[in-house]
Ligand binder design. Structure first.
Ligand code: SF4
Ligand SMILES: [Zn+2]
Length: 129
């Protein structure tokens, strides 16, 4: 969620209209900013049900490395790892292939990729009847 303004004072010019559909919009922002173990667990549960994880991830990755907080189920540390990797590994987030690449390169699994993986297996099972 676009809570970076609160944590860093950084004003993003990115499109944040996805927040209107965000699962976190009616939750306490502090859960997403204060990265304690309990908060992270709680934030991830909310992200897991969010329909706009892909937008949120792109937004989160576009923010400066000093940004604190959870985006698309990833902590600031994981997002930083992802930012560094972005320069060498191209991951199409929100796809099964993206999920596989994250696994292969030992990257944090983002929520859009996790959701795509779940979907992939659901469809595979359905095809098999
Ligand atoms: S993925 Fe998580 S942090 Fe991002 S908008 Fe959705 S609920 Fe909020
Ligand atoms: Zn991903």
């Amino acid at each position: 969620m676009p809570h970076n303004e609160l944590s860093t004072g950084y004003q993003s010019t990115a499109d944040t209209s996805f927040i209107l559909e965000a699962a976190c919009r009616n939750h306490d922002t502090r859960i997403f900013i204060d990265e304690t173990d309990t908060n992270i667990r709680q934030a991830r549960k909310i992200c897991d049900t969010c329909p706009v994880t892909q937008d949120c991830l792109e937004y989160g990755l576009s923010l400066p490395t000093s940004t604190m907080g959870v985006y698309a189920g990833l902590t600031s540390r994981q997002l930083n790892k992802m930012r560094v990797a972005q320069q060498t590994v191209f991951v199409r987030h929100g796809t099964y292939a993206g999920y596989c690449k994250e696994r292969r390169h030992n990257l944090p699994i983002c929520d859009p990729c996790r959701q795509a993986n779940t979907q992939y297996h659901v469809e595979k099972k359905r095809r098999r009847g």
